[in-house]
Design a protein around this ligand. Structure first.
Ligand SMILES: N[C@@H](CCC(=O)N[C@@H](CS)C(=O)NCC(=O)O)C(=O)O
Length: 212
């Protein structure tokens, strides 16, 4: 059986949980207490050299890290990743956008929800806010023109983007200013097998500390 290395408040890990739910694939979970240093233990660094979640262990013992690489692997041969090379590359285009641009929203949200925002340099916070708004503006423009981000079908590019975009309010970026993004969020939520769950950082008392 697949093993997902997980930390419940992680939206990067939620991407993988969401796809596993769409696919109806059984898996077991191994929790990694990232704020308590579990990620930096040699045994976990052998799973993911960065020490971050998510990571996935296959039945044969091989391990894969990086949320978007895991999505690509699990979605291969399914309706969530087109086989045609150009369409598949379009999906990768938007997953690269996710890692580059949406990181701004992920960082802002993390700092806000764990009480670290005031400890961060104001210039860095401003940079993240500008980057997050830019990401939302780009998505707003693109999603005005089509149903899903890589075309008319729901793919892992939508799954990847959805994880942090639908929680942008928690980063102080009001989603109501982006009606096409809001309509897309509703379309994602309507997909068969959608996983409606959210685990706030507050469930982990250690999350107010810095990562080791
Ligand atoms: N690019 C990675 C980012 C993963 C990531 O930053 N995970 C966070 C939780 S959301 C984490 O485990 N942080 C702990 C650390 O980096 O030590 C991905 O997409 O999987």
């Amino acid at each position: 059986m697949l093993t997902l290395y997980d930390y419940l408040p992680s939206q990067n890990a939620y991407k993988v949980r969401l796809l596993l739910s769409h696919l109806g694939l059984p898996y077991r979970t191994e929790m990694v207490a990232i704020f308590e240093g579990d990620g930096q233990q040699p045994s976990y660094l052998a799973v993911n050299p960065t020490g971050a979640v998510p990571a996935l262990r296959l039945d044969d013992g091989r391990v894969l890290a990086e949320s978007n690489a895991i999505l690509t692997f699990l979605a291969s041969g399914t309706r969530y990743l087109p086989a045609e090379p150009f369409a598949a590359a379009k999906v990768q285009q938007w997953m690269s956008f996710e890692q580059d641009y949406v990181l701004n929203i992920a960082s802002l949200r993390y700092w806000t929800m764990t009480g670290k925002l005031a400890r961060r340099p104001a210039a860095l916070v401003d940079l993240r806010r500008a980057g997050g708004l830019r990401a939302l503006q780009i998505l707003e423009r693109e999603l005005a023109a089509r149903l899903f981000i890589a075309g008319d079908a729901y793919t892992i590019a939508d799954i990847s983007l959805f994880a942090y975009i639908h929680r942008a309010d928690e980063a102080g970026l009001p989603l109501r200013e982006f009606p096409h993004v809001c309509a897309w969020i509703a379309r994602v939520r309507a997909q068969p097998g959608f996983l409606a769950e959210h685990h706030p950082y507050a469930i982990d008392p250690h999350s107010s500390g810095e990562l080791p």
